[in-house]
Write a protein that binds this ligand. Structure first.
Ligand code: ADP
Ligand code: NI
Length: 216
């Protein structure tokens, strides 16, 4: 098995699928997750091939954009891995990771078992916080026709994945229902360390945002 060629071929098919995506799930998101997942897995001692393939395929079919089918992503990933003759054992592991990676609500636990999965989840979460995370949140909110902020609407934390995904609140609420919670959900010491400055930047952003809102 020539892993380098396999990874390149899978990268090409993922890139084709994601080019031009405007909801924060574009190819560059996948590429940043791949790079950070590899940095984390390398430091934490994970298998880099499994990590890279899982990162490349982690958003291959997002349930938020396909009518709420939770299994579609893993099915699609399995099919792509088969097409590229990835051995079954590796494919099973990669699909397990993909099923666990995504954030499903403030009080819904979904932690991958392996170090490779933990690295990909940490990398995905890093991309949801900091300056890039802020940009992605407002891009997503705009795509879903959501208000930037509504001071009359209280912060909501969700107890189930359905409640979380069906919520329609303003984008500032997304900081409280997800983004500010992520630093404490990082799986690995490396991920935690990388999250710290991004988290601090979001707090600074919110402070400035409210100051401007209140014309201070
Ligand atoms: P993950 O990669 O953890 O699965 P998602 O796919 O849920 O993340 O979300 C993709 C991007 O869109 C992330 O940056 C996320 O924070 C943002 N996003 C998701 N839901 C909302 C929302 N309700 N409001 C604003 N941004 C959102
Ligand atoms: Ni992602």
């Amino acid at each position: 098995m020539n892993w380098k060629e396999t990874i390149q071929a899978i990268e090409r098919s993922v890139k084709d699928k994601f080019s031009g995506e405007a909801t924060g799930h574009d190819w560059h998101h996948i590429d940043r997750v791949r790079r950070n997942a590899l940095i984390i897995a390398e430091k934490e001692g994970g298998d880099l091939i499994i990590t890279e393939l899982a990162a490349l395929l982690h958003d291959i079919d997002d349930h938020k954009f396909n009518g709420g089918d939770w299994e579609a992503g893993t099915r699609k990933a399995k099919q792509i891995l088969e097409e590229h003759h990835v051995p079954e054992q590796a494919s099973i592991h990669i699909c397990q990771i993909i099923g666990k990676v995504s954030f499903k609500g403030a009080n819904v636990l979904s932690v991958p078992d392996s170090i490779e999965g933990k690295s990909v989840q940490d990398a995905d979460r890093l991309d949801a916080i900091g300056a890039i995370g802020i940009a992605r949140a407002f891009a997503y909110g705009g795509n879903k026709n959501r208000m930037i902020y509504d001071p009359d609407e209280e912060v909501v934390l969700h107890q189930s994945r359905e409640a979380y995904f069906n919520a329609g609140s303003h984008t500032i609420n997304h900081f409280y229902e997800k983004l500010l919670l992520l630093k404490d959900t990082m799986n690995t010491p490396t991920g935690k360390q990388m999250a710290a400055s991004r988290h601090a930047f979001m707090e600074q952003f919110l402070k400035q945002f409210y100051d401007e809102w209140d014309t201070k």
